[in-house]
Ligand binder design. Structure first.
Ligand SMILES: Cc1cc2nc3c(=O)[nH]c(=O)nc-3n(C[C@H](O)[C@H](O)[C@H](O)COP(=O)(O)OP(=O)(O)OC[C@H]3O[C@@H](n4cnc5c(N)ncnc54)[C@H](O)[C@@H]3O)c2cc1C
Length: 444
């Protein structure tokens, strides 16, 4: 049912853009989905660019709404906790949830994108234009310009939705017209991917965990893949003596890993080649305002709010954007001029909350997880969750295993910490009082 509605333009057939096309088609809109790349289902992936990602409750909730969750979860590898690899000694497991059962899911990014592309293409009214790179957009008229193999093309749409990722061309156009402000906070860290292949056809590490090698100011993580390999990601500084560029020769690479990641050497036979040839990606937080202009051009997903990947929430959050936009269209009777500002109002505080939590989680992953104090705190948190089910819930659980709005997660966690702090202070005062009474009793 697509008759009677104008064709909506979605720029970017990545994770958010494809999901958005599915949701809009379900509402009865014809959709033109423009993508700068060729069809990824028939071309090869870029080397060393985020092979897999962790999908959790929010992303799954969005997929469930269009009936794709079971298909996507068919190839997922559930990770029930973190496996911490110290420099010396055995790895230690820390479960994510109090009951030890809840898991985040390692998913192939390309398989997820391809499943969403196929689902979008199968919806009536969706057409996908590959090899269309947006290079111009007039926010007043909705006229777009694309570079294509056939030369420059133009198209016009009553509503243009930019889902074209962190380096969004749509955002760039709005910036160029002076109708948007942006801030880009790059971390002094980059990322590089390495591979741990299967050993004898089996996983070389426990596939039911997200592996972390915390090293204070830097770290490496590894997530399992359906082909029984692991993709490792190094998060290292981009400048200084510990930067990627500081390891200038194969011998230096081997020496560095032997010193800081000794268990990896035996597991990653292509380590030096991967290290020397895989690119270093940038990491940062994108903020911009407004997310919509004239009720006809809007941004969502990374285009509006790229965040650092340390909570595994960027794609989950982008999927949640799509669910919220769909809800706003419902509530506004499909009047875009009302729905887009409402979408921005509802999402901005939530996205700012996860942006901050993601930055804070970098310190937790690269440093705190290794400390006995942190581990004791996690055990206490899990004990509180078991003792007060539903009343005390850790931040990690609320972010990864619920759809509680991110801003509410932060408020709730602050309230919980305050209550626990007050209870601890009360207990300490009580114990001090009892101690004083006992001492007086002994004297008397
Ligand atoms: C190292 C790393 C690890 C991550 N791990 C996780 C994780 O575990 N869990 C999680 O939830 N998130 C994770 N993320 C974040 C996640 O990858 C992003 O949040 C997610 O991809 C955003 O989806 P998107 O559709 O908004 O953008 P993208 O996936 O970037 O898609 C944008 C699309 O737009 C297209 N495009 C770009 N420019 C143009 C143009 N001019 N014209 C037409 N098309 C264009 C691109 O080709 C692409 O197809 C990670 C990110 C990184 C870098």
């Amino acid at each position: 049912m697509t008759s009677g509605r104008d064709e909506i333009a979605v720029v970017g057939a990545g994770l958010a853009g494809c999901l958005l096309a599915c949701f809009l088609a379900r509402r009865g809109y014809p959709v033109a989905l423009y993508e700068r790349r060729p069809d990824p289902r028939t071309s090869t992936a870029e080397r060393g660019r985020s092979i897999n990602l962790a999908l959790s409750a929010r992303g799954l909730d969005a997929l469930r709404r269009i009936g794709l969750d079971e298909q996507v979860m068919g190839d997922a590898l559930p990770m029930r906790g973190r496996m911490i690899h110290p420099v010396a000694g055995e790895p230690r497991f820390q479960s994510y949830s109090a009951d030890g059962d809840r898991a985040i899911n390692s998913i192939s990014r390309s398989a997820l994108n391809n499943a969403l592309l196929t689902a979008a293409a199968a919806r009536p009214g969706v057409r996908i234009a590959f090899d269309h790179r947006l290079v111009g957009l007039d926010p007043a008229t909705g006229e777009m310009a694309f570079e294509t193999p056939q030369g420059k093309l133009t198209a016009t749409a009553p509503v243009v939705l930019g889902a074209d990722g962190a380096g969004s061309a749509v955002r760039g156009q709005l910036l160029g017209y002076g109708v948007l402000d942006e801030s880009l906070d790059f971390l002094d860290y980059g990322y590089k991917e390495l591979t741990i292949p299967p050993v004898g056809g089996e996983f070389a590490l426990d596939p039911a965990a997200l592996h972390i090698w915390p090293r204070g100011t830097s770290m490496m993580i590894a997530l399992p893949n359906p082909d029984r390999s692991f993709t490792c990601t190094l998060f290292w500084p981009t400048h200084g003596t510990a930067a990627f560029a500081s390891l200038g020769s194969p011998a230096a690479v081997e020496r560095h890993f032997a010193t800081h990641y000794p268990d990896l050497l035996a597991l990653a036979p292509n380590l030096v080649d991967d290290y020397r040839h895989n690119p270093v990606g940038v990491l940062g937080t994108v903020r911009c305002h407004p997310w919509q202009v004239n009720g006809r051009v809007a941004l969502l997903g990374d285009a509006a709010h790229a965040i650092v990947p340390f909570y595994g929430q960027g794609a989950n959050c982008a999927f949640e954007d799509v669910v919220e936009l769909d809800r706003c269209l419902d509530e506004c009777g499909d009047r875009w001029a009302s729905a887009l500002p409402l979408f921005q109002r509802r999402r901005q505080a939530n996205v700012e909350a996860i942006a901050r939590m993601a930055l804070a989680n970098f310190v937790e992953m690269r440093d705190k997880v290794a400390s006995p104090v942190f581990q004791a705190r996690r055990r206490i948190e899990h004990a509180l969750e078991r003792a007060l089910p539903g009343r005390y819930v850790s931040q990690y659980e609320l972010v990864s295993f619920s759809t509680t709005p991110y801003a509410e997660v932060r408020r709730r966690v602050r309230r919980q910490y305050a209550a626990v702090g007050a209870a601890a202070a009360g207990t300490a005062a009580l114990l001090a009082g009892v101690g004083a009474l006992l001492a007086r009793g002994r004297r008397g």
